[in-house]
Design a protein around this ligand. Structure first.
Ligand code: NZQ
Ligand code: ZN
Length: 393
């Protein structure tokens, strides 16, 4: 196992009705005037925003509202938020939503105390000196942003989707009521499941030897998703399955299952170009890319893919031909994604094979290689996109 340092300072408040306590936690973490940041309307329609603001009022906390964050959140909304926070002397951000809202809030949190353009952080990876604190009321199990230090924003000019990470951006508290996810359309639930599983696989496919504890933790999260996702697709009101998935989404990405091992993240890199170009859901893009990446790189360590096939997908190990086992596991993953309603190729996603050169160009590999489980040249990337474009069961 590699040396590691792990800081996960977020206080998680989990369970039915926990959103009614958000005022209490804003106060606990020093917020006096809060920006309540939310999405395109689901939190208003469900009455959640009213409950959140009632909880703030009960603690005598001032607030401003800023909704309208769209999936694949844009820099334009971030600039609007930075200006509003400065004008209103906001000292904490309260995100009510999913990864898009939380990531937008993290970008605002970076931008408010910074004298330059917030995009500098995404472009250069520089460390912030100061950020505004954030708190979360989570409404979808997916991106894991409620427990991660990451944020992903799309710059409208050129539709450049870029990520940034800092432990300073981890939420002070994250309120997680699985009941809030019952209003999700089945497609969004499935996109979330695909993303959660991808976060685990990006960590599972490692070049670090002898990482039994994190291997087993990864497998536990994957097995949970395989069991619980079809249950919530069949019955959106199945609280227990919703609860298991919600916590799986957090541990999949706060890095407790990824410490001490090298990780990959090339499927995410390739996917961000798809959701940047086509504005598709991140999880749907991953459902198309990740099995294709697996097929392409499996020869780099076929036994690791065979291990996943046996332990996660219940395949029989073929000791004469482990590649057959590896391929069977990848087939079962793609079939699972298809069965929960995810696209499995470019046509189903709304992407075009003829755009592959544009996707490769935007990814910016140039003549170098992208690091990861297997290093990828521009040609490798194009080959993975091609497999994804044409995939079938
Ligand atoms: O905007 P509203 O109206 O709220 O609708 C949202 C949105 O359309 C809807 N929704 C959310 N909760 C709902 C609900 N609808 C009904 N009932 C509810 N309870 O779901 C749609 C998707 O929401 P979004 O926040 O976009 O989903 P997700 O959490 O998957 O976030 C995706 C974004 O996170 C980034 C992705 O790239 C993408 O931009 N990621 C962020 C990461 C991070 N910060 O750590 C890591 C991930 O790998 C990912 O890249
Ligand atoms: Zn993701």
């Amino acid at each position: 196992m590699d040396n590691f340092q792990f800081c996960s300072p977020t206080e998680f408040v989990f369970g039915k009705g926990s959103e009614n306590r958000c005022g209490e936690f804003v106060k606990k973490y020093g917020g006096h005037k809060v920006l309540v940041h939310y999405g395109s309307g689901s939190a208003v329609r469900s009455g959640l925003i009213d409950r959140v603001t009632a909880s703030l009022k009960a603690e005598n906390i001032d607030y401003c509202l800023l909704g309208g964050v769209r999936p694949n959140p844009r820099d334009t909304k971030v600039y609007e938020g930075i200006e509003l926070c400065r004008r209103e002397n906001i000292d904490m951000l309260l995100c009510v939503g999913g990864g898009s809202v939380i990531d937008s809030a993290k970008a605002i949190a970076l931008g408010v105390p910074y004298s330059g353009d917030f995009w500098d952080f995404y472009e250069t990876g520089k460390a912030p000196e100061k950020v505004l604190p954030i708190g979360v009321v989570l409404t979808i199990a997916a991106a894991g942003s409620e427990g991660s230090g990451d944020t992903v924003i799309t710059k409208e000019n050129g539709m450049l989707k870029r990520g940034y990470g800092s432990d300073m951006l981890r939420s002070k508290f994250s309120i997680m009521d699985p009941e809030l996810t019952e209003t999700l359309p089945a497609y969004q639930t499935a996109c979330g499941a695909a993303d959660i599983m991808a976060h685990v696989f990006e960590r599972y496919f490692t070049n670090t030897e002898e990482v039994e504890i994190t291997d087993r933790l990864c497998e536990a999260v994957l097995l949970t998703m395989v069991k619980e996702t079809p249950r919530v697709i069949a019955d959106p009101h199945c609280y227990e399955a919703r609860a298991n998935i919600m916590w799986a989404g957090t541990v999949a990405h706060n890095n407790v299952i990824g410490v001490g091992r090298s990780q990959d993240w090339n499927s995410h890199g390739l996917e961000h170009e798809l959701s940047g170009l086509y504005d598709c859901a991140h999880g749907a893009g991953l459902a198309v890319i990740m099995p294709a990446w697996m097929e392409y790189v499996r020869g780099h360590n076929v036994m690791r893919f065979a291990q996943a096939a046996v332990r996660v997908w219940g395949c029989q190990m073929d000791f004469q031909d482990p590649d057959r086992t590896a391929l069977e596991g990848i087939y079962k993953f793609r079939k699972f994604l298809h069965e929960i309603g995810m696209p499995i190729n470019f046509a189903e996603l709304g992407a075009k094979e003829e755009d592959i050169p544009v996707l490769v160009e935007k990814l910016g590999v140039g003549s170098g290689k992208r690091p990861g489980f297997m290093e990828l040249s521009a040609e490798d990337v194009a080959n993975i996109y091609k497999i994804a474009a044409r995939a079938s069961l």
